[in-house]
Ligand binder design. Structure first.
Ligand code: S3P
Length: 442
């Protein structure tokens, strides 16, 4: 079976309206919360990707049944503490999903038997001490394999609420602690560096007792645990992290325009739009509306031939964390130098994305300098590639595959890009969408 694509030609000008699939972060959170609610929840537009399937199959192993209906998933929750954890040697396979693997640990702090979490090669290289440390403070016994997977968790029946300072700006760590707080009597207090706030919005919506205060850099969250909540309906908006690839495809193509319908533009996720517009691109929103606390809109972008470099404010790092690979492509085509600071977290993702991005930019002839985890990209507006390029993508990182495809379709040259199956992690429809926009692949 061919697992690579070949691209020999830039994409022709296009004017199209598209949809991207449901938000991955919200899909995983909806399943996990529906698994703890009382009654049948209906989740519309759930992302059907491998990360989400890992989550669904795992909650099923924990005794939560679900059915796929015509246009929604029905998840049958039995309330807090209803996971069936009585089987010996229960193993949960999180596949490639860091979000699922870290969040489920939060819900397992009260498990009665040991549960083992495993994952694929890429996930097995990632750090789990960032969640095992705070979750242990609740009273759960968590053993990592030298900070990595497999992780074994033995819950406690004597959980105690904690005070936790989340310093990384990691929504996965914050959310794992919030889910553990759900299971714990008393009030858990979290001070968290700003990161995506979908878990908070869902808690509010489900009337889980939560209080939130904010200042410029931190959120202060208080959760009162052990309060059952009812099932819910949720219609998941499009994923801005998927939308990002098509925005950059449009911006870097000639005479093109795209409308991406019904995208979640929550401020804690929309850093890419602020960054690209500071670089002189023309991205607008239409039909803005609020849905259960999330901000949704149609995102409209046009070709931009006047791009300029950016000194990217550090405060935008977290809200664009999954989008930097494609943002760097825009910087490569912009006039002047772009400066991105403190991006060490990028090397903690599905693959070491900061290292990969630097090598990639150098491969396409762009000067990049690095100082620890900050980089300067010397843009070249007349960048036009010739010759052959091969992307091996050793860690099968979905976002490395999609970024490389966007580069191939906008910068020229002949490209062989490996691991097209990696898109199944987050955006199985990726190849169909770029074909729909007119891309020629073989
Ligand atoms: C996610 C949080 C981010 C992001 C990941 C999804 C989430 O990770 O990179 O793709 O759904 O909470 P970190 O929390 O590690 O920053």
């Amino acid at each position: 079976m061919t697992t690579y694509i070949k691209i020999k030609k830039k994409i022709n000008p296009f004017k199209k309206e598209i949809y991207v699939s449901g938000d991955k972060s919200i899909s995983i959170r909806c399943i996990l919360l529906a698994s703890q609610a009382i009654g049948k929840s209906k989740i519309y537009n759930l992302l059907e990707s491998e990360d989400v399937t890992s989550c669904l199959q795992s909650v099923k192993r924990l005794g939560v049944s679900f059915k796929k209906k015509k246009n929604y998933y029905e998840i049958n929750g039995l309330g807090l503490g209803s996971f069936e954890c009585n089987k010996k040697n229960l193993t949960i396979n999180a596949g490639n999903s860091g979000t699922f693997a870290r969040l489920i640990l939060g819900l397992l702090v009260d498990t009665k038997k040991q549960i083992k979490i495993i994952g694929d090669k890429s996930l097995s290289k990632r750090d789990f001490s960032r969640v095992s440390n705070p979750l242990s403070l609740f009273g759960a016994n968590i053993i990592t394999n030298n900070k990595k997977l497999p992780v074994r968790i033995n819950g406690s029946t004597f959980l105690r609420p904690i005070k936790y300072f989340e310093k990384l700006g990691s929504a996965q760590c914050k959310s794992a602690v919030m889910l553990a707080a759900l299971k714990t009597p008393g009030i858990t207090r979290i001070k968290a560096k700003k990161s995506r706030n979908h878990t908070e919005l869902l808690f509010k919506n489900l009337k889980i007792p939560i209080k939130i205060k904010n200042d410029l850099n931190y959120d202060y969250i208080e959760i009162e645990g052990r309060k059952n909540f009812n099932s819910f309906n949720y219609n998941i908006p499009g994923d801005i992290s998927s939308c990002a690839f098509f925005l950059v495809l449009t911006i870097l193509s000639k005479k093109s325009e795209i409308v991406i319908k019904n995208v979640n533009i929550n401020d804690s996720r929309a850093g890419i739009i602020k960054i690209l517009n500071k670089m002189n691109s023309k991205i607008n929103f239409k039909n803005k509306k609020k849905y259960k606390g999330e901000l949704i809109a149609d995102v409209v972008a046009k070709s931009s031939d006047n791009l300029i470099g950016i000194n990217c404010p550090k405060k935008l790092n977290s809200s664009a964390i999954d989008e930097f690979l494609v943002i760097f492509l825009v910087a490569a085509k912009a006039k002047g130098v772009s400066y991105f600071k403190d991006l060490g977290e990028l090397n903690k993702k599905e693959s070491p994305r900061l290292d990969i991005a630097i090598n990639f930019l150098k491969m396409i002839g762009i000067k990049v300098t690095r100082n620890k985890n900050s980089i300067k990209i010397y843009g070249n507006p007349s960048l036009n590639l010739e010759g052959q390029f091969a992307i091996k993508n050793f860690r099968k990182d979905h976002r490395v595959f999609m970024m490389s495809t966007i580069a191939a379709l906008t910068l020229g040259g002949i490209w062989k890009i490996h691991d097209k199956d990696s898109v199944k992690t987050s955006l199985p429809n990726f190849i169909n969408i770029i074909k729909q926009l007119g891309a020629n692949l073989s």
